[in-house]
Design a binder for this molecule. Structure first.
Ligand code: RI2
Length: 334
């Protein structure tokens, strides 16, 4: 029988224990946000569900775990870290189920794989910081958009290395995640300035590079990230400013290999105008897409935990890493 590994308690410190339903609502409402965090949050919820789920047979147990995974996967359509994280966790349980494991075997395999995912996700953020910071020069003026722990890892590491950087944070309407980034970087000691999104082009003229996070990477090397990212990239391109993306490899969107497109999440209109304003302006229509696509030709390189990857090499990387994701497209074997 497989046994639980020791010393894999990282997720308990990061997120409290919640039911799958609560986790789904938390993800949907973005009370937990950020591509990496939502993946770890879902992996944690699935792990905790797998720990407690009761069933008489392996098939019944595995069916319950799969259903929980499907529910979590459906919370946010664009950030591929969520299905990839959940699929990774299910891969462990599935392997055990298909090799005839008992309920306890499948449970332990699922829990161990979840802990592996959570630990390696956290490690990846650190590794991205180490690798990316080497490409930051002393005195760089850097623009960032939204709130990315991978991008911030680079900025913090560069600061730790004594590179006197100055960072401009876009506010990132409609949910103003740039405020969080600015607060965190300033608290860390970094020279930080908050600007509204429309000040980005003016600021770009004095910038040396832009560093942003990533929600999904398409097979052609295009980046899907928070709405407004492609505008920042266009401005960087125009001003010949380096455009760098910090991305863990579990943000590769494997379904784009087979021709599928990335769904762009459309969120509630009340994120961009108050209900009162809407009532007073009944003829105004609203649109609130929350991600956009930056073409590969505007991206200098991705910083991943595996190293620097130019957009043109994403296809090769995807092919190399495809296997686990394909294996994890788990459905119950009836
Ligand atoms: P890390 C966020 O999405 C932002 O778009 C950010 O750039 C991206 O996730 C990556 O974040 P949202 O969940 O994984 O706020 O680097 O919609 O933290």
């Amino acid at each position: 029988m497989e046994t639980l590994k020791e010393g894999k308690e990282a997720s308990k410190e990061e997120f409290p224990k919640v039911s799958v339903e609560e986790a789904y609502d938390t993800l949907k409402s973005m009370r937990v946000h950020g591509a990496g965090r939502i993946a770890r949050f879902a992996a944690t919820a699935l792990r905790d569900y797998a720990k407690d789920a009761k069933a008489r047979t392996s098939r019944e147990y595995w069916g319950l775990v799969l259903k929980a995974g499907e529910k979590l996967r459906s919370a946010r359509p664009t950030a591929v870290s969520l299905p990839n994280g959940v699929n990774y966790v299910l891969y462990g349980g599935r392997t055990s189920f298909e090799s005839g494991g008992s309920v306890e075997d499948i449970r332990n395999a699922t829990v161990n794989t979840a802990d592996d995912f959570i630990t390696s996700s956290l490690d990846s953020v650190k590794e991205i910081g180490e690798i990316g910071a080497r490409r930051v020069k002393n005195g760089d003026v850097i623009i960032t958009h939204c709130n990315s722990e991978a991008a911030m890892s680079i900025l913090k590491k560069a600061y730790d290395m004594g590179k006197g950087i100055k960072v401009y944070c876009d506010e990132t309407r409609p949910k103003f995640q740039g405020h969080k980034t600015a607060a965190a970087l300033a608290a860390y000691g970094i020279d930080t300035t908050l600007i509204c999104d429309s000040a980005c082009r003016l600021t770009m003229s004095s910038a040396d590079r832009t560093i942003v996070g990533c929600d999904a990477i398409a097979v052609n090397g295009a980046l899907v990230n928070k709405i407004g990212t492609s505008q920042v990239a266009t401005m960087a391109h125009e001003a010949r400013v380096n455009f760098v993306v910090a991305a863990e490899t579990y943000k590769l969107d494997f379904k784009t290999l087979t021709g599928e497109l990335v769904d762009i999440e459309e969120r509630d209109y009340t994120e961009i105008a108050s209900k009162e304003w809407m009532t007073h302006n009944p003829k105004v229509k609203f649109s609130n897409p929350v991600f956009d696509v930056t073409p590969p030709e505007y991206i200098d390189f991705y910083v991943t935990e595996k190293g620097i990857v130019p957009p043109g090499a994403i296809f090769t990387l995807m092919k190399e890493l495809y296997q686990y994701s394909e294996g994890a497209q788990a459905t119950p074997a009836h």
